[in-house]
Design a protein around this ligand. Sequence first.
Ligand code: IMP
Length: 456
Amino acid sequence: MPHIVAGPTEARIRKQDEGMSKRVVVLGIQWGDEGKGKIVDLLTERCEAVVRFQGGHNAGHTLVIKGEKTVLHLVPSGILRHGVHCLIGNGVVVAPDALLQELETLERAGINARERLTVSPACPVILPSHVALDQARERARGSKAIGTTGRGIGPAYEDKAARRGIRFGELADPAKCIARVGHLLDYHNFLLKERFGESPVDLNRVAKEIERWSSELAPLTGDVSRAVYTVTQNSGNVLFEGAQGTLLDIDQGTYPYVTSSNTTAGAAACGSGVGPLILDVVIGVVKAYTTRVGAGPFPTELGDETGRFLADRGHEFGATTGRPRRCGWFDAVLARRACNLNSVNSLCVTKLDVLDGLSEIAICTGYQLGGELMDHPPWDAIVLEEVEPVYEKVPGWQESTAAVRTLEGLPTAARRYLDRLGELLGVAVDIISTGPDREDTMVLRDPFSLASTDSP
Ligand code: IMP
């Protein structure tokens, strides 16, 4: 059973002492899978509420507490802390069947998530036909497939933008909802049959599911925007939990090899119904190397022994789909860009221990393209495919850093490596993770004591 510690009562007392609410965003600054879930879980010890603001159950946030592993896809990673209010903001696409499954898993582990979970009525609902369309589109793309998680994320966001989607609040009135879904299925089934030559989705089956979703999930609906506002008015800390990573952002990422939402810090505000000035701190979570799942450019990818070493050591398999992740050296060009896109003012480096035993480590500090040296990424993913990374080589270390919990306990070369990453990105490394467990973490600078104006 997952281990639960500390609750918001202590958090509240501590906040009252300090007298001010802090709003902290935690997001990935690579292609996702940076280990955000663990950091969110760790920091929620100091929070009253955690908000998911984009993405859906394409995310896979793995938490390990005292050796016990829990993978969350939709429910915010604060759920393992007693009393923390977990909020799913309007920017998240919600698959009701996946949400139900996750709630049941948590219940079996002794966590009554329903008591502490609120879902915005404005969340777009992912229907079985969105899943069918996502998978049909990927099949039709053939060798040009994006490598989506196949969970209906893209088609659900499409319907939101086209203003024909179903929203979570509509589940409260199943008869009306089924009628609306009927119209939408007409359209989806037309595409499935006529465009992709695939089987249609049966309305009767979906209607039965809607009745169940209505009775089991509609009671979770609530005003997320107001909930965040109330916590902040009461001097409580709020954590905004990003999913995927900056380089998968629909606008700023490696389009079209991206997800369908904005994964950058601005989305924390519009995806939860708060204004941008509410945000105090943006923590950029970054692996000590780079990984990517799915297709798309990856300049520092290693197709050799070292790539396999990183994959094996880092257990680099997707938490959602189980697909092997592509691995490569740290790309400071893309990470620096990501820091700028998000106003990152605090860095968290994860999986440092995966680099243990390498004699030399490379950091990409620039790109070479057609004889030209670039210190920033091109806007076009096709051009990013063509760049040659320029590497700076630094000494590795032979000692184990696994589960090291003090800066002094790290080998000098590991400390130098971290300092160099901070220097290249222009942001201080405040948190270091040396293992999957909640305890294997060093917090060098407390994010709740940083102000938004703090320079990195
Ligand atoms: P989608 O979000 O399922 O549409 O997939 C689009 C792209 O984002 C694919 O390359 C996926 O592998 C990637 N992706 C989606 N969610 C995650 C995640 O949580 N971690 C890493 N990659 C992800």
